[in-house]
Design a protein. Sequence first.
Length: 340
Amino acid sequence: MRILGIETSCDETAVAIVEDGNRVLASLLNSQVKIHAATGGIVPEVAAREHIPVILPLLQAVMKEANCVWADIDAIAVTQGPGLVGSLLTGMDTAKALALSYGLPLHAVNHIVGHIYANWLDTTLDDQPKFPIVVLTASGGHNELALIENNHRLTFLGSTIDDAAGEAFDKAARLLGLGYPGGPAIQKTAQNGNPAAFSLPRPMINDAGFGFSFSGLKTALLVTVKKLTAGGKGLTATLTADLAASFQEAIAETLVTKLLQAARKYDAAEVHIAGGVSANLRVRTLAGQWAEQAGIRLRYPQKPHYCTDNAAMIAAAAYFHPRLTAPDKLVVEPNLALAI
Ligand code: KG4
Ligand code: ZN
């Protein structure tokens, strides 16, 4: 079955065609990162407008790259939420128009469920993820832990009570003058730094539940920077690298501790990480080491492109967890909760 996926929940306009939930025939996107770099973050109205001129050319390019005509497409899948309302609308209206014009079934997809199914992309049939799975989705806009017992049973375990990990990376990078998006910038700078140079908190790792909180960590970094720059001193390259490495280590250790605590509690066969922050090399290394010690298999998306927002994950989620919806009944849900 070939599903055409459309994703426009934030600042990426993305279209993809995926066969049987794992074989990606084409997955393209238009990134607005250069536009938002100028403001150091996403301005919702700007993001929403930028989707409009690029979505139809992107759709044509995907059909061409996948070597498909409309008769080859079996269904359309579109992100319903969570996300920015103006951004979601462009993808939703395009999907509805395509479904009605070509008489195709239309599936509504939860963006976070999409991130979860990014771990199925490019897997072979004899190496599909094994349940039960504990999955961490960490991005700019979301930070959740969930237990998946099968393709129809997902239990939400916890989320951040304030900032998401990606958002914390973005704000820390801004504070350190490293640019946007912050995650890749912090990771690059951290390569030359000492992760033990500064003692930063690992929030909520001793709590019994599976919540996260990154605003205090962000404040701890701000306080440290203020002390170091008191009296108008600037940060040296060494200090900046040490701060980036210490901050990255605190986030990685916090995320991985919670992931492994949940995996042990629910006797997971696999642990997965997904979302933009799953591209982080330190998070991957630490999760890999800890998962190996616990005898649990770790997966993260097979390509960096599948970690951050993309449409292949939306098509995969609709294949494994179809949510057929009538085009005239479907509306965007900016605050859609994680559920399947
Ligand atoms: O999944 P995504 O594209 O968008 C949302 O749904 O939010 O994730 C973007 C977020 C940004 O906050 C970005 O800084 C972070 O993911 N990110 C990273 C890395 N690559 C992207 N964070 C840490 N390390 C990375 N290598
Ligand atoms: Zn996302």
